[in-house]
Design a binder for this molecule. Structure first.
Ligand code: HEM
Length: 116
């Protein structure tokens, strides 16, 4: 069984790869394919590890989520899915997206720590 601590390390490391991978894609004219692959994997692992942490904290996966989880799910969707779309389809919006995503990171971290 994967421990709470292992899920937390996986969650934080995935988040780091997700945000740095997007930053590279947004700020370079042609990011190497490996960056896009790693960013995609990190997007998925951020969610999987987040779900694992929910399980270890006894938060059910079938809805009835606390506000902080809902907020983080929305942020994950905007950053993970929205980020991939911006990088692929709307690269000229990459630079503003980077700053918006940094703001969303702060919001996600705030909700994760304070659990409102
Ligand atoms: C890009 C989006 C996300 C960011 C930036 C983010 C950020 C963080 C951070 C910084 C922590 C550590 C907080 C602490 O040490 O207390 C954390 C913990 C956590 N996150 Fe996320 N997260 C994201 C997405 C998600 C998603 C999608 C889920 C659910 C599927 C999730 C569920 C959790 C849980 C359950 C914890 C553990 C809280 C605890 O240990 O008390 N996160 N997240």
């Amino acid at each position: 069984m994967i421990s709470y601590e292992t899920y937390k390390v996986l969650h934080l490391v995935s988040i780091l790869f997700l945000f740095t991978g997007l930053a590279i894609s947004f700020y370079s004219a042609n990011a190497p394919k490996i960056i896009k692959i790693v960013t995609g994997i990190a997007t998925l692992l951020t969610l999987v590890a987040g779900m694992g942490l929910m399980a270890r904290l006894g938060i059910g996966h079938t809805g009835g989520w606390p506000t902080w989880i809902i907020v983080k799910m929305i942020i994950w969707f905007i950053v993970g899915i929205g980020g991939a779309v911006v990088a692929k389809r709307f690269p000229k919006y990459g630079k503003p997206a980077y700053w918006i995503f940094m703001g969303l990171f702060v919001v996600a971290a705030f909700f994760a720590v304070n659990k409102y």
